[in-house]
Design a protein around this ligand. Structure first.
Ligand SMILES: Nc1ncnc2c1ncn2[C@@H]1O[C@H](COP(=O)(O)OP(=O)(O)OP(=O)(O)O)[C@@H](O)[C@H]1O
Ligand SMILES: [Mg+2]
Length: 279
């Protein structure tokens, strides 16, 4: 569905992407996780034809992004990191313009708009001017708009950034629903719990390179099942154990306070790369 081989992007002296390769399978939810400046948006901008690649190749549903760019562009919907709705127009008008851009007939546009605004729970606001919506509502509208022309692939660039935890979970539910309807999803995030909750596979990108790529479960299994957080020489430290028995033995010999908990994806990345995802 998405095939990327040796992708490179150089801005003057900055190697924003350096030989990035991965494949996203049909119907998969693939998370691209990394800190600020890692190269997440650059990857999406290249795959969606917003910027040119400096090297390598990529295909969307078999269409090369540069040699077959028109057909490649028909394959996806895009939700950008920054809000790019027409703030002075209504929800309905924003959706309709998008449908027209994709050459959809009026009758089909009408059906799709009702369906999608219902889907993201914004039908009752259809005649509201966009600038009067909350941040979470705007995000949901952007997702609905990207789905207007029924794309097979959906690119989501940090879809929940800046939203409160309640709205974030609601958007996660929506993303899962979209995946279950058969859409392939490429999602970037710097929220590790978002990748852990949503993704079938996670690529950890840092400084333009993929540092690790696997399923969340496999990442965590490599680290262990249990973690103990404790203070050592004035520093917070986590120790990992493959089972509860090992953790209990450690605790029995440990003096001082500690917290015992299950390993999460953050631990996996920390122990794999020695880095935190968040800056
Ligand atoms: N138009 C540009 N001109 C010059 N450098 C750029 C440009 N766009 C991106 N970069 C650089 O490329 C690198 C990757 O940027 P990118 O926007 O892809 O990161 P990101 O992973 O999306 O980060 P964030 O989490 O902050 O959105 C950064 O070093 C950035 O400064
Ligand atoms: Mg970005």
């Amino acid at each position: 569905m998405i095939r990327v081989e040796g992708l490179k992007k150089t801005y003057r002296h900055v190697h924003a992407l350096d030989e990035v390769s991965f494949c996203v399978k049909p119907g998969e939810l693939f998370a691209y996780l990394g800190p600020n400046g890692a190269g997440k948006t650059t990857t999406i901008r290249i795959l969606t034809g917003l910027t040119r690649l400096s090297g390598g190749n990529a295909w969307l549903n078999g269409f090369h992004i540069e040699r077959d760019s028109l057909r490649a562009k028909r394959q996806f919907g895009l939700v950008m990191q920054s809000i790019n709705l027409d703030q002075e127009l209504t929800l309905l008008e924003n959706m309709d313009i998008h449908g027209r851009l994709y050459g959809m007939k009026k009758a089909l546009r009408r059906i799709r708009i009702r369906e999608l605004l219902g889907y993201v729970d914004l039908m009752s606001r259809k005649d509201t001017i966009v600038k009067r919506l909350s941040g979470g509502m705007k995000r949901r509208l952007m997702v609905a708009r990207a789905l207007m022309h029924s794309p097979k692939i959906l690119f989501l660039d940090e879809p929940t950034v800046g939203l409160d935890p309640g709205i974030r979970r609601r958007i996660w539910g929506l993303i899962k629903q979209i995946q279950h309807s058969g859409t392939t999803i490429f999602l970037t995030t710097h929220y590790i719990e978002e990748a852990e909750f949503l993704a079938d596979r996670v690529a950890f990108i840092d400084k333009g390179k993929i540092a690790a790529l696997d399923t969340p479960a496999a990442f965590m299994a490599r680290t262990g099942k249990w973690a103990i957080d404790l203070m050592q020489d004035g520093q917070m430290k986590s120790v990992y154990f493959k089972d509860r028995k090992e953790a209990d033995t450690f605790v029995a010999n440990h003096r001082g306070s500690y917290t015992l908990r299950r390993v999460n994806l953050e631990d996996a990345f920390l122990s794999l790369t020695g880095k935190k995802v968040k800056n």
